[in-house]
Write a protein of this length. Structure first.
Length: 175
């Protein structure tokens, strides 16, 4: 028998608690790391661990069961194509909870809930990505300018703005 398999209601109605849990699990899979309170993290962790266990085996049934909880199709695909295969060798313990301290406003325990294989980007990697983005943006803007100049050359002459303007031009020809 499953006596004492309880949960923390988090002072919310069932619908609110379920929606919050689904949103937080989706965010965890999207960003692979979220910051929240300790009690919420421990509740979200239960759902996330079960979904990752399902994602280790990519079957139609497992996808449909996971889709009941995750409504975003991109995140569902990420779960089954990236996260699940990464955790294939693990028998559980896919997430970790890191304590951050206390929130200033209400002194709540704040923690980071993250996937175990999450890697923090170094400052150098971030700088490299920014420079790569800037370079690609410059290339794109240069290409856009070239295509704009080509389209101007190929464009036909503009028509007069109004009939009055065209009548004024025609009057001197009548002489």
């Amino acid at each position: 028998m499953n006596h004492k398999n309880g949960f923390n209601p988090l002072s919310r109605t069932t619908a609110h608690r379920r929606a919050m849990s689904r949103n937080m699990v989706t965010s965890l899979f999207r960003y692979e790391r979220i910051t929240t309170t300790k009690s919420k993290a421990l509740e979200v962790r239960k759902s996330a661990e079960k979904l990752i266990t399902r994602a280790k085996e990519d079957t139609v049934h497992n996808r449909r069961e996971a889709a009941k909880f995750i409504s975003d199709e991109k995140i569902l695909n990420k779960l089954f194509t990236e996260i699940g295969p990464r955790m294939k060798e693990r028998n559980g313990g896919y997430t970790r909870v890191l304590k951050l301290g206390f929130r200033q406003g209400d002194a709540a325990d704040v923690v980071i809930l993250e996937l175990v294989d999450y890697k923090l980007e170094s400052e150098e990697e971030k700088a490299e990505k920014k420079t790569a983005k800037k370079a690609s943006a410059k290339d794109d803007s240069a290409k856009a300018k070239k295509t704009a100049s080509k389209s101007k050359e190929a464009a036909p002459e503009k028509k007069p703005a109004s009939k009055k303007a065209s009548e004024k031009k025609e009057e001197p020809k009548a002489e």
